[in-house]
Design a protein around this ligand. Sequence first.
Ligand code: ISE
Length: 336
Amino acid sequence: MSFGVGIIGTGGIGRDHALRIKALEPAAEVVALYNRTHERADRLASEVGGTIKVHASASALVNAPDVDAIVVSSSGDTHAEYVIEAINANKPVFCEKPLAETSADCRAIVDAEIAAGVRLVQVGFVRRYDAAYKELKETVNSGVIGEPLVCYSAHRNPVTPDGWCGEMALIDSAPHDFDIVRWLLGCEFESIKVFMGKQNSYAGDLRDPITMVLRSTGGHTVHVETSMNLGYGYDIRCEVVGERGVAALADAGLATCRAAGRAGPAIPADWRARFSDAFEGQMRSWLGAVANSRQFAGSTAWDGYMAQVVSEAAVASARSGRETSIEASTRPALYG
Ligand code: ISE
């Protein structure tokens, strides 16, 4: 069955999604675009080719009869409105992270899905599609390291993205770690304490690095570090310490010193390079689910909501300097 995809938000990652859909899935066609700055959508329409309508509003795109499924990759503050409109139109929607910028908006999305009685939302936490993370999860689940006790998740970026300041790494970077550790250990978090110690002098107004210690409902201790200005590349680390061993993302052949300007084994330049296979697998899986079963894999709206709840607790802890409890929420039946 062939179907039409509409994309809301055509900058950066929205453009990536459009080009990927074109390359990946002959049955799926990008038929509609919307962007706040229309010229940007026009430019992407020409780049993708074919017959694409550039809509005057997101609402017009969502409700267009030839749009069967929607990608939301606009700015985070617009996600809730567009995702809820897609749910109300009974159309599958792939939403980039964050699901929304506040937990209240995420909860409104979850409630809309519950009211619809069907799961239509997938959230773009791409790491769940990364081969190394999948292998790590299989290793942990196999029991070979015994019961998992402690997890270290390091999220190291080469340079602060434009316009970042304050505790933005807790809102834009760390949610990837929160989501992947929940998935990896099959746990929720019950508290978080954020530490902002010696500041990286390259970081300007951004708090960098930030480290966090979380306690999970399963009793695990989870350490998360966001570093934003290390210069040498995009370096993602994860290690799980069990009762009888350690499992980690492979780092075959990496030098012990990784630093700006030093030649060494290849470290991806940025998140696009590090997770390009995962982005492809994620889109392939979503398009396949749209075309066939509507059984969406990857992160659900509930996962998007939980990541946001943890982020907000992280910001509260950063500001108070205290360990902050994370509100226990009961997973609604829709998210099994
Ligand atoms: C960026 O917004 C992302 O989503 C990347 O995946 C993340 O690793 C990076 O830190 C963020 O800047």
